[in-house]
Design a protein around this ligand. Structure first.
Ligand code: PXP
Length: 242
């Protein structure tokens, strides 16, 4: 079974567009769990463009027993917040203010001592650390050496590929998942995954988790949020049944 973690960032995007208290990402998260999601993911960006500090607090407090994956940049400010909030998982991601969304993987190789110290500090608190990286052998190896328990493979290149590049990107993801699994790392994947492109990714045998946000919130416009989560859950189950 593949764990489906729903990223609720874009529920907050919709809320913040009008400065209203609705739609509330925490209420959306509860609904997603009711529809079969195994966990909830939220990205507290440095500029707080969608998820805000109080959302993170409430997601932790109001969904006891539900895996909470906090995505964040590897900075001292964010590590302090994570230590205060106590998510089950922290996924460290690269962050640039001018980007529309997380556009590439974390450069673990270049991360050096500073990144290693953040990973160690979170791990010491009992938080599972996942690193969001491209499917590149050197990055996977560095993630292992840095003490991460999980990697999340960046599926953006696959999601945006067309023609022959789709198979090429899928092969890279599969090879990355194999390499990580051989090193004893858990393997997640995320970014740009949709009902149309999920099946080949979900067939990668080493894959244990997906983090999906934008496409589910978009599907919710047409089929309700619960319907969107259930439809994605059905596809994940179908991939593994085949
Ligand atoms: N996983 C990570 C690490 C991300 O940064 C994002 C985007 O915030 C996602 C998954 C979800 O991507 P999407 O919204 O495209 O499904």
């Amino acid at each position: 079974m593949i764990r489906l973690h729903v990223n609720v960032d874009h529920v907050a995007t919709l809320r913040n567009a009008r400065g209203t208290p609705y739609p509330d990402p925490t209420e959306a998260a509860k609904l997603c769990v009711g529809a079969g999601a195994h966990g909830i993911t939220a990205h507290l960006r440095e500029d707080r463009r969608h998820i805000r500090d109080e959302d993170v607090e409430r997601l932790r407090r109001e969904l006891p027993g539900v895996t909470f994956n906090l995505e964040m940049a590897a900075t001292a400010e964010m590590v302090a917040i994570a230590k205060h909030v106590g998510p089950d998982v922290v996924t460290l991601v690269p962050e640039r203010r001018e980007e529309r969304t997380t556009e590439g993987g974390l450069d673990v190789v270049a991360g050096g001592r500073a990144l290693e110290a953040h990973v160690a500090e979170l791990a010491l608190r009992g938080i599972k650390v996942s690193l969001f990286i491209a499917p590149v052998e050197a990055q996977i190896q560095a993630a292992k050496e840095m003490g991460a328990r999980q990697i999340e493979l960046h599926t953006g290149e696959y999601a945006h590929a067309s023609g022959a590049a789709v198979t090429r990107e899928l092969d890279r993801l599969a090879a990355g998942a194999r390499a990580a699994s051989r090193l004893g790392l858990e393997v997640a994947a995320g970014h740009g995954l949709t009902r149309d492109n999920i099946l080949p990714v979900a067939k990668i045998p080493e894959l244990a988790e997906v983090n999906i946000g934008h496409a589910l919130v978009a599907d919710a416009v047409f089929m309700s949020l619960g319907g969107a989560v259930r439809a994605m859950g059905d596809l994940l189950a179908l991939a593994r049944a085949a």
